[in-house]
Ligand binder design. Sequence first.
Ligand SMILES: O=C(O)CCC(=O)C(=O)O
Length: 299
Amino acid sequence: MSLRQKIAYAGRHYTPTWKYGFNLKSTMAYLLDHTEPTGEAARILSELNQNGIAISSVDKLLPNSSLFGELCDQVDQLEHSFGPQLEEARLAANHDTESPKTFIFKLLGETPVLDPESVYARFALQPEILQIANAYFGMLTQLRYYNVWHTLASQSRARESQLWHRDREDHLILKLFVYFDDVDEGAGPFTYAPGTHRKGPIKQEPQTFIEKGVQRWQDEQMIPIVPADKWIQALGKKGDIVFADTRGCHKGGLARTKDRLLYTCLFTSPTSQVAELFNRPRHIPVPTDKTQAFALTRG
Ligand SMILES: O=C(O)CCC(=O)C(=O)O
C-alpha cells in the first residue's frame, strides 16, 4: 500500500473524516432536512447505537404496511419454482465445502437486478426503515443490496460467515434480516457480539485466523472479548426484523436441524468502496421522494 492509499484508508475508518470529509454532501443533505425516527423506530435506533443490533417486528415497526404480505407471496412463488434446485443445493451444502457459501441458496441470484418497483426494493425503502438507516449513519444512505436467502440445514463444519467475522463494506454498515419462518437454535440464528461495532465501547480485537483471505475467529477467540452469555442470538418468529451493524463481530447461518428463510438488505454510505452488488440497469424509475431517490442512485 502506498502512503497515499494508507492515508485514504485511515480517513475512511476515522469517523470525522468518513462523515465530514468523504461523505460531507450526504451528511449536510441529511442535517438540513430529515425526519427523526419516533416510537418503535426510535427504540430500534437507540439499541442499534448502543449495541450494534436491535430486534423488532413487522407488526411493531410497520403496523400499517401491506408489503410484508406481498413479500411473503412473492417468496412463496420463488420457493415453489426453485423446488428441484433447492434439493440439489441441499446435497452440495452437505458435501461441497470448497465453493463459496453453498449453505445459502439465494433466491434472487448471486447479483440481483435492482428494480425499484419490486417489493424487495419497496420494502427496504419504507420511510420507517430509511429513517432508521439515515439516522444511524447521520447522513443519507444508499441501498446496496437485497436478496432472499434460503439457508440450508447441513452437517458440514462451520465455515465462512458461519464463523465470527466483521463485514468490510463501510465504516458503518446496516443490514436487515426479515424472517419468513420462526428461527430457533437449530435454524442457525444470526449471532452478534454487542458493543463491537464502531460506535460501541469494545475496541479490542479477537485473535484471528485467515480463511480464504478473510479474518475469522472461533468462539474461543471471541469469548475473551465478549463473553458468550452476552452474545445476542437473533432467535425469532415469522415477521421479526433484525437490524445489525455488521461491521461489528457476528456470525450466523449454521443451520443444523431446520432451514432458515429470510429477506435481507444492506445500506451503506454513498462513498463505500464495496464493489457493485446489484445488476443495475442503465435507466431505472426513480421515486419522487428525494430520500428514496438518493438511496437508489450510485456514487
Ligand atoms: O447468515 C447469517 O446469519 C450471517 C450473515 C452474515 O454474516 C452477513 O450477512 O454478513
